[in-house]
Structure formats: C-alpha cells, structure tokens
Design a protein around this ligand. Sequence first.
Ligand code: MG
Length: 497
Amino acid sequence: MYEIFQNPYARELAEKYRPIWALHKSMALLGWDLETYMPKLGAEERGFADAQLELMLQEKITSPDFLSLLDKLERSEGLNDYERGLARVLRRNTKVYTKLPPTFVQQLASITNQASVSWREAKKASDFSKFKPDLEKIVNMMREMANYLGYEEHPYNALLDLHEEGITVKDLDGIFSAIAPSLKKTLDRIISEGYFTRRSKLEEERYNDDDMRAAEWEILKRLGYDENRFRVDVSPHPFTTSIGLNDVRITTRRKGYDFKDTFFSILHEGGHALYELQIDPALAYTPLAGGVSSGVHESQSRFMENMIARTREFVEGVLPLLSSHLDFLKKYDSEEVFVYFAHVSPNPIRVEADEVTYNFHILLRYELEKELMANEIKVDELPELWNEEMEKYLGIRPKSDAEGVLQDIHWSGGLGGFPAYTIGNVIAAQARYHAMNDIKDLYDKVSKLELNEVKAWLREKIHKWGSTYSPRELLSKSFGEGLDPSYLTSYIDQKYR
Ligand code: MG
C-alpha cells in the first residue's frame, strides 16, 4: 500500500485520508444522482444528508491530529514528488476551513443558497433588481473572504487561487491582453469572409434519442472508452464526475435536433473523463487521485472537443459511423458537417459561444469581477457595464438582463471561477502544439479515429500525475514552459483560414 510514499508522516496521513476519500466520493455520487435520477421531492432530505457528510468531512480534515501530521510532513526533509504533492494538496484543502471563521462559512452557505433562488427568479423575470440585493451581499463577503485568506497585490488573487492554484491578476491581464486583439482580428476576418458564419440546415435536422445514443456509444468505444469503467447519462447541464478511478461518469443533454450539441457535450465531457480514467492507479484513495485544477481539467476537455473532434480530419473519420445511425447525414458531405461543427457567430450567451468568441465572454466577466473586488465598480452598474463590454468585444448588445448579466448561475455561488475556462483553452492549444511535435502524423491518425498514441501521450504528460504537481509545475515539467497564450491565437487563426 502507498508505495509512492516513503515518509512515515505521509504514510500516516494517507491512512487517515481514506475515510475522507470515502466521504468525498459518496458526496460525488449523491451529487451525480441529484442531477440525473433523484425524484424532485428528494431535494430537502438530500440537502440534509449532504450537509451532514460535509460536517463529517470538515471534522476529519481539521482534526488536530491530522493537522499536526501535515505540519510534520511539511517540515520533513528530502520529500519525493508525491510527498510534496500530498502536503501541497492537503494544505490547500484545509486552508478554507482553517482560515475562515465557522460563522463566516455558515453565513456564506446560507446567502449563496438564497442567492441561487433569487437568481433563478430574477433570470426568469429578466429583472436584475431581484438578484441585486443578494449579489451585493455576496460581493461584500467575497472581499471579506479575501482578507481572511490573505493575498498579495490584488484582493481578487485570493479568490483566483481557490479556483486555479497559483493564478494571479497579473497572469490573467497578460493572457487577455495577448489574446484579445488577435482573436478580434480573426473574428472580423471570419465575419467579412462569411464562410464559417453561414447557418447550416443541419441545425434543424431531427434525430431520435436511441439512434443518437447508439451513435455516441459506437464512437466512444472506437476511441477506447471502456463501459466497465465509464458511463453516460442525461442531465440538463452536462458534467463529469469521478466516483473512483474505475468509475467515471459523464452526462449529456439530447434536445432532439441540432445534434452537434450532444455530440460535442459527449466529446467535451469525454475529455474530462479521460483525464480521470488515466490517473496512475498507484494514487488510488489518496488526495492526489484527481485532476489538479479546473483550468487543467478544462484543457483536457477542450483538447478532445476542439483540437481533436472539431477538425476536418475527425469529421472525415467519424462521418461514416455517424451516418450509419443518423440517416439525415447521408445528404451531407464532410465539409458541410465540418462547417456546421466549426460555425462562428457572436452570441450573447456564453454557453453557446464558439471557439473564436468564447474567451471574450470570459474576459468580460473577469474584468467585472476584478473591478468589483477592488471596489472600483458597484453591483448596481453591472447590467449596463455588461452590455457595454459585450458591444465593445463582440459588437452585439444583449436584449435583456436574462440574455446579459443574469445568464450564468455562477455569481450566486461567489466569484473567481470563470478565468479557468480561458486557462483551459490556452493550455489545450499549448498541448496541441507539443502533441503535433511529438506524435508523427497526429492528424492522419485522427482521421482514422486512431487515438491510442495521443491518449498515451496525454497520460504521460498530464493525466497520470493527478494532482501530484501544481498546474505551473506540471506545465513546466511536461512542456518546458509556462502558460503561453500565443499558441491559442495562432491555432485559431490557422484553423479559420
Ligand atoms: Mg468543462
């Protein structure tokens, strides 16, 4: 057991972590069930069960015994990479519980709960004023939280680090100022050429669920997904969850027409799942047995979704297989299907955005969050600022609050989560460049749906390590460089030429 840990404190911590692992995974399973099969009226008791499990988890992870072992591990000399990773991850896990007063945590839980209700009502009525009072409380609490957690240079850094380890305002300012002008130029060119902006009749083609499910599974099996370790279900918002190294689950949504919606959900979540499925079994039951951050996780989903599947080569390989289940596809050639997949058009809604415009949605949210945290703008001004920014970046103006500032649920839970999406896009493009260098004729293989080599490459570079290395360490170890946004801009520019 635990041959990765030699240090006695690391071994003891790993031993003590096992019930914590079990609680985490039980909560993951309950969360999965809540989104998929739970009867509606189960919500109240489920909420109670969740809160109890959360309390048990907190109690274990903040027990004096556990924390003192962690101190000892941190003070030990000559730790190997896994032991250093263990100390790093556990310190991060305990940070919120040890730095925030319990009354603050309770208060935040209750206000975010309330805010998710008022957000729903506000969005339905498309009326920001119904959400505003709760959002004001949340923003105030986020500033307080930054003070409790501590930060350098900018209060937003405290929140960013919770979501994406080590990322700062300085990093993000650098990334966005590097990608925004170039993406804007590419977008203007795509719009003036009109090739990728035309609507495809494929958007209206209807499918039935059974055919689509059969097509998806045939593709997943061809790509090597194993039914004995992986499953697909349906939920309103597609997601991935890991119940264990050999039980990774994704969901999709099937709306009956416009099949690219479910097709790319499957590939996106399939990319997240592959990360979890390819983690080294030696990390099992430890806190290292999971993807390292939301940004790195998102890079794996974007890699599979955009760099592999949203390409001419993949379409060529997958079309015969899709057509054998979806009759309507027999009327279309592969270029038409590719243009349908790679469609570009400024859209006020983030979750419907394409590869070219997506990062502008994140930039807008990032700027507003940063200014809120620095007390430079007021919650009051958000709807108008949102619309102005949207017009500046994408040349469109949301017609309502529902289409603008109220579109995402995220702010009802706090701030700081959005930038990970752009970090994911940046790392995905970086991974693509290095994969093309390391794997001979990568895209030739993609056109034959032969992904074994690229999967093995991803396993070696990223997946197998789980959370052993911080995102920064992982990038430098695997690619010999830090976050570099220039790969993203040149990839997008080339793809849309
Ligand atoms: Mg994702």
